[in-house]
Write a protein that binds this ligand. Structure first.
Ligand code: ADP
Ligand code: ZN
Ligand code: ZN
Length: 763
């Protein structure tokens, strides 16, 4: 029997490896095969390509088995993987690791383990109370409304019994556990009393009674939003632009109704039986937005994100691959790797967000840029949306590479909030400052609470204070594994490293001089929360940051409480800046704009502007105008003036001019290099070797080696380089040369274990 040869991608940092297969059953690219590496370890790999002839290798193992008879990974995804591996300088195996749920790529298992891990879809629809029924009171009203529909009434009672009383609002019940027939359930979903979910789309806040994967019929759709005149105009411009361009940048101020535009475009694509990918940064993926989308698209909405269990991600992957096309997939980064049947539209919302870039591990890919490549591979239009576009996208739009559509007014006549700049130094001089609050902010908080309205306070730092310092000798606590000070968390009386998680109790006495004089310095969200409760004893205050939102469902609970008016003031980090749409927020306070403006990075001003505009955009989203108070010691900073004027264009022009002058993106392309090793001297020698090889080739385009501000993390020292490449030069050529130099350094016995990771387009 003749043998055939295939290259197989494995979820390892390796290029594809060659195996032989029975010539009668040659798998096609994208199919899953099981191969053996070493003596016992089995891996599920993906067929990369079929070779024409036997490659010139001494031994070629045969695959253990070919799984199934259809590709698990579609052809265009394999091409995307190849593009990512090439562009971001990593192996295809690393891309595979990021791209498919672990269930579909078991690695290093024995046969038995592999079989046990194999994905077995169980298709069962599942019901929960509709998000509209959010309280006992509403449920009671729902029962009342069913007085004349005894069978529906009985079905609702049955549901309540199955779901159990204590977690009634947080439980979904699989279809087979319910007595009612399909028409009755359909009637209840039509009335927005029950909601039907597909697996992979079950909201995080719901747990399943029993634990079945699920799937279901299309939930009823409510009529699409009526667009305002400005929105209709923008929609027409988007359509017009797509006639000529593959990508369009939608620049719409906060509250202009970008989401309603997306909804209209999504509905159109779904009606044509096409899939839609809606990418969002992780923190913007809120229950609020998902509920909003689900109201229109019901069970066709699938949510995919990294906080889901792997089983759920695998179920979602299979649902997209094998279910009916015409899905809306809402997800963060990795959703772009799903095996869409017929991709009809890609939306990247909040496209300016740096968190679309995966920092680590490789592939260090930018999901927005990969989504654009994906869209092109599938012939689908791509819409990038933001109130504050990235300068990269904006300059692409100005250059005519993307279409540009602007929405300059808020929906429903709501006006953009008025910006008040509070000068913290001046306030301090005049005695108009109480701890971290200026009089200007306190007065407005008072008025807001008095009017029964809500406020959001933003502080870019969690914990109680950045560090503790000895008032006598100046000692500060540092992390033993990283070169940073530990953050003081008061409630836990602990000092914690925000880089590696190291935690220690606060020492009673200064370990250096022995005095009892340790004092908190600076301030974080926890401290703000505490001081506020002192200043406003009767206000209900909540805090939203990665400390308070760690537990299952706690993020959703904090947000839901605020949305329902059960809290008055929400204090938080970045988490409060994204996508919240609450009508009663009329005041937003930015407590310390200086630590945003002074961040040592060429994007600092762009980011500060984006962040402040986003958080400001939470205020006054309905009829009543809102106010934003920005506390800063630099009221004359140009970025503050741009924010005060709400003038994105002015900020962009000023920043673009600076970027051009100082050779930064979008005019230059950057490749960062991170070198790491436990032994500092050895690391610097390796870096010197790399510099010796690279300098003659790249000359002054290469900056470094440098020690970054935090030059030790998790016990490893860090040295960085930065390569700046003119747009006219070939980035591909530079990447190739660089990869060869890295390989050359790692080939030296001393430097074998020095990790040298490239970061193309660092954020
Ligand atoms: P953006 O995403 O641009 O910040 P949103 O889409 O969240 O804006 O819209 C802001 C608010 O205005 C939301 O509460 C939204 O429901 C409402 N809204 C916007 N457009 C419409 C419309 N055409 N019909 C009804 N409500 C709308
Ligand atoms: Zn001391
Ligand atoms: Zn640490």
């Amino acid at each position: 029997m003749p043998l055939a040869y295939i290259d197989v991608v494995l979820p390892l940092a390796l290029p594809p490896l060659t195996f032989s297969v029975d010539g009668e059953r040659v798998p096609v690219p994208g199919m899953q095969v099981v191969v053996r590496l070493g003596r016992r370890k089995l891996y599920a790999g993906i067929v990369w390509q079929v070779r024409d002839s036997r490659p010139d290798l001494r031994t070629i193992r045969s695959v253990e088995s070919v799984e199934g008879d259809a590709p698990v990974v579609p052809d265009y995804q394999l091409r995307l993987w190849a593009w990512i591996a090439d562009y971001y300088m990593c192996t295809v195996g690393e891309v595979m690791k990021a791209a498919v749920p672990a269930r579909l790529k078991p690695g290093g298992f024995t046969r038995e383990e592999l079989d046990a891990a194999a994905y077995a879809p169980r298709v069962v629809p599942c019901y929960a109370l509709d998000p509209a029924i959010g309280s006992e009171q509403r449920l009671h009203e729902a029962f009342e409304s069913l007085r004349r529909a005894p069978r529906q009434h009985a079905a609702l009672i049955d549901f309540v019994e199955r779901a159990g009383a204590d977690a009634l609002f947080r439980t979904a019940v699989p279809r087979p556990a319910l007595k009612a027939d399909a028409t009755i359930l359909r009637a209840l979903t039509d009335k927005h009393i029950l909601a039907c979910y597909l697996d992979g789309s079950l909201p995080d806040s719901l747990t399943l009674a029993g634990s079945l994967a699920l799937s279901g019929p299309d939930a009823p759709a409510v009529p699409l939003p009526d667009l305002s005149a400005a929105q209709r105009q923008a929609l027409a411009e988007v359509d017009e632009a797509f006639r000529e361009k593959d990508a369009v940048l939608l620049h719409g101020v906060t509250g202009s109704g970008k989401t309603e535009l997306y909804i209209t475009l999504i509905a159109r694509a779904l009606a044509e039986g096409r899939d839609v990918l809606y990418l969002l940064p992780e923190i913007a993926l809120t229950a609020q937005l998902i509920d909003r989308l689900r109201r229109y698209f019901g069970a066709r909405t699938l949510v995919y994100h990294s906080r889901f269990t792997d089983t759920r991600r695998a179920a979602c992957y299979e649902e997209v691959r094998r279910g009916a096309p015409g899905r809306l997939v809402v997800g963060a980064r990795s959703a772009l790797f799903l095996p869409f049947r017929q991709l009809g539209l890609v939306i990247v919302d909040e496209e300016h967000e740096g968190s679309f870039k995966q920092a680590e591990p490789p592939p260090r890919y930018h999901a927005r840029d990969c989504a654009l490549v994906l869209a092109r591979l599938c012939g689908a239009p791509a819409l990038l949306g933001s109130a504050t576009p990235s300068l990269e996208s904006y300059s692409n739009a100005l250059a005519g590479k993307y279409g540009l559509v602007e929405l300059t007014e808020r929906y429903g006549g709501a006006v953009l909030p008025r910006v008040v700049v509070a000068d913290t130094l001046r306030a301090a001089r005049r005695g108009e400052r109480v701890s971290h609050f200026t009089r200007a902010l306190l007065d407005r908080l008072d008025a807001t609470l008095g009017a029964g309205r809500q406020a959001i306070l933003f502080q870019n730092r969690r914990g109680f204070s950045p560090f503790v310092e000895c008032g006598t000798c100046g000692w500060t606590a540092g992390c033993p594994h990283c070169n940073v000070t530990l953050t003081y968390h008061k409630a836990e009386r602990s000092l914690r490293c925000h880089y590696c998680g190291y935690t220690m109790p606060v020492p009673a006495l200064c370990p250096s001089c022995g005095r009892d004089d340790l004092q908190p310095r600076g301030f974080g969200t926890e401290k703000i929360e505490e001081e506020l409760s002192g200043l406003f004893p009767s206000a209900r205050i909540a805090r939203l940051d990665s400390d308070t939102s760690r537990g299952v469902g706690s993020f959703e609970r904090i947000v839901a409480d605020f949305g329902a008016g059960r809290t008055d003031i929400l204090v938080g980090t970045q988490m409060v800046t994204k996508g919240f749409d609450f009508g009663r927020v009329s005041l937003v306070g930015i407590l310390n704009a200086d630590n945003l403006l002074n961040y040592p990075d060429f994007r600092a001003v762009e980011r500060a502007f984006q962040l402040m505009m986003q958080v400001a955009g939470r205020a006054g989203r309905r009829a009543e105008p809102g106010e934003v108070v920005i506390q800063t010691a630099q009221p004359g900073h140009p970025a503050i003036a741009h924010i005060r004027a709400g003038d994105y264009g002015a900020m962009a022009r000023a920043q673009l001019a600076e970027r051009r002058a100082f050779l930064y993106p979008p005019y230059y392309r950057l490749v960062g290099l991170t070198c790491r090793h436990r032994d500092k001297a050895l690391l610097w020698r390796a870096a010197a070797e790399l510099a010796r090889l690279a300098r003659p080739v790249f000359g002054r385009r290469l900056l470094g080696p440098d020690a970054p501000p935090v030059d030790r993390v998790r016990g490893e020292y860090i040295v960085t380089f930065l390569l700046k490449i003119e747009r006219e030069q070939s980035l591909a050529e530079a990447r190739r040369l660089l990869a060869a130099m890295i390989a050359q350094v790692n080939a030296l016995p001393d430097f074998r274990y020095v990790s040298i990771l490239p970061d193309v387009d660092p954020q």
